[in-house]
Ligand binder design. Structure first.
Ligand SMILES: NC(=O)c1ccc[n+]([C@@H]2O[C@H](COP(=O)([O-])OP(=O)(O)OC[C@H]3O[C@@H](n4cnc5c(N)ncnc54)[C@H](O)[C@@H]3O)[C@@H](O)[C@H]2O)c1
Length: 450
């Protein structure tokens, strides 16, 4: 497909296309972030094309199917009627007025940023860029990525030698960074009510990106640079990571002191100012909170700076699955049993309640640790009939039903899905290890809360 040889369009012309909902929107990476975003633009009336390198995802979407539990096939079907389609053909980038990049940003085996998905995307789209087009990076990353990594690759790979346009006078494509603020499983806040932070490479990119996002978000929050927007996202996630580590540490202290930390948090959160409740758990999970802070730690080294809060929080949170195992071992010991040889049923694999996302889930580590110590482990999770092999695990297990609970030496609640009948679980089990306070309010001698 040939690249349209367009001169830089005035920003007003771009805005008019947005107002008329005729601007073509491309979303790259149709995962948990990209697909809902593509559907939002489609619902708003825009012609949307989704790009993904996974042929199974492309095929599913183009057959009106969905692979994300909370997105129904009906939603895909209605977007398709609105003109939405998916493709792996990156030459179609040339047809887009705005391109939003939502590809993964994981860590490598050495806990360093793995930007390979972003750099591959940049190289794939660079040949098809045109003057006046807007490219927005949405993937979470360290401050500097947009200007130091993305822009040079887009410029170097562009067949027309186009550069990023930083002012209205310059001809080129526009680039911005706008972080995603998705809270999987939380349906209480409408997506469009979540303010959208935006940092542009220059004022025109900021204006263009703000006009684009104002079509689907009630409020946009412009900041002075892409780096400020990148740092905003990291601050939000580091804030969560550090506070979760704090309550995870206090949970261990409270256990020794015989105090119920959940009761304490419930009391503390009645304070109408200066306190936000965070809850302890079996460890961090998901694609964001366990990963993103280390993007900043890595970048900080370039400035001879150690991010001690992040490292300490990481140390506490990474240790939580080991703490759960210690507590389970002690609870079995109290019943004159060894973990080695015990039958354990793990309830919940997802990294948090009521979602179908397994990434970095502490349940995976807990199962591996239980097995290493000789336990015979089964699991149940309504979202996962099987669990095989991932980046950091190799389990090869099949779901069992939540029945015959008395046959297990212990039932361990790792994810508190709302579909479980907790009173029945407590009634029927010999021992319940509850890592989420899912049994709150139930009084029984066979519950160990940890
Ligand atoms: N999941 C969340 O709750 C959440 C929240 C906020 C921010 N984020 C950030 O959003 C980004 C995306 O996360 P996600 O959860 O949607 O990931 P995901 O793994 O669910 O989806 C990423 C998609 O990108 C595709 N992909 C990978 N490389 C590609 C390429 N070169 N070209 C086209 N497609 C490609 C994958 O096939 C996949 O479908 C990450 O940076 C993440 O940190 C995620």
């Amino acid at each position: 497909m040939s690249v349209p040889a367009l001169a830089a369009s005035p920003i007003n012309e771009r805005k008019e296309k947005l107002d008329r909902r005729t601007a073509r929107i491309g979303v790259i990476g149709l995962g948990y972030v990209g697909l809902p975003l593509a559907l939002l633009f489609s619902e708003e009336g825009f012609p949307v094309t989704g790009f993904d390198i996974d042929p199974a995802k492309v095929e599913t979407l183009n057959a009106d199917g969905s692979y994300i539990v909370r997105i129904t096939p009906e939603e895909i079907r209605s977007a398709r009627k609105q003109g939405f389609s998916a493709t792996a053909d990156f030459s179609q980038i040339a047809l887009m007025d705005a391109v939003l990049i939502c590809v993964p940003t994981p860590l490598n085996d050495y806990h360093e940023p793995d930007l390979s998905f972003v750099t591959k995307t940049a190289s794939s789209i660079a040949p098809y860029l045109w003057a006046g087009q807007l490219i927005v990076l949405e993937s979470t990353t360290y401050p500097g990525t947009t200007e130091e990594v993305l822009v040079p690759l887009l410029e170097a790979g562009n067949t027309q030698s186009l550069k990023v346009a930083r002012t209205a006078e310059e001809e080129g494509f526009y680039v911005a960074f706008s972080p995603e603020r998705e809270d999987p499983g939380n349906d209480t806040i409408a997506r469009r009510k979540i303010p959208k932070v935006i940092g542009g490479v220059g004022p025109v990119a900021l204006e263009f990106a703000s006009a684009l996002y104002q079509t689907i978000f009630d409020r946009t929050v412009p900041v002075s640079s892409p780096a400020a927007a990148e740092m905003t996202k990291l601050l939000e996630n580091i804030y969560r990571c550090v506070n979760i580590a704090l309550v995870n540490e206090l949970k261990q202290l409270c256990q020794r002191m015989g105090i119920d930390l959940f009761e304490v948090i419930d009391a503390a959160k009645t304070k109408p100012f200066g306190f936000q409740a965070f809850y302890p758990g079996p460890g961090l999970g998901g694609h964001c909170i366990p990963i993103d802070p280390f993007y900043l730690s890595w970048k900080a080294k370039q400035f001879d700076f150690r991010t001690r809060f992040i490292e300490l929080a990481g140390e506490v949170n990474i240790g939580m699955p080991y703490y759960v195992i210690d507590r389970a071992t002690a609870a079995l010991n109290d019943r004159r049993k060894a973990l080695n040889g015990s039958k354990i049923l793990v309830l919940g694999l997802a990294y948090k309640r009521d979602i179908d996302d397994l990434r970095e889930s502490p349940a995976l580590t807990i199962i591996e640790l239980l097995r290493e110590r000789g336990a015979i482990v089964s699991y149940n999770d309504p979202f996962f009939p099987t669990v095989g092999r991932g980046r950091h695990y190799d389990l090869n297990m099949q779901r069992v039903p939540v029945t015959s609970l008395g046959d297990y030496d212990a039932v361990m609640i790792v994810t508190d899905h709302t579909t479980y009948d907790y009173p029945a679980i407590v009634r029927e089990s010999q021992l319940v290890i509850d890592t989420r306070n899912a049994t709150k309010g139930i009084v029984a001698g066979n519950i160990v809360r940890c």
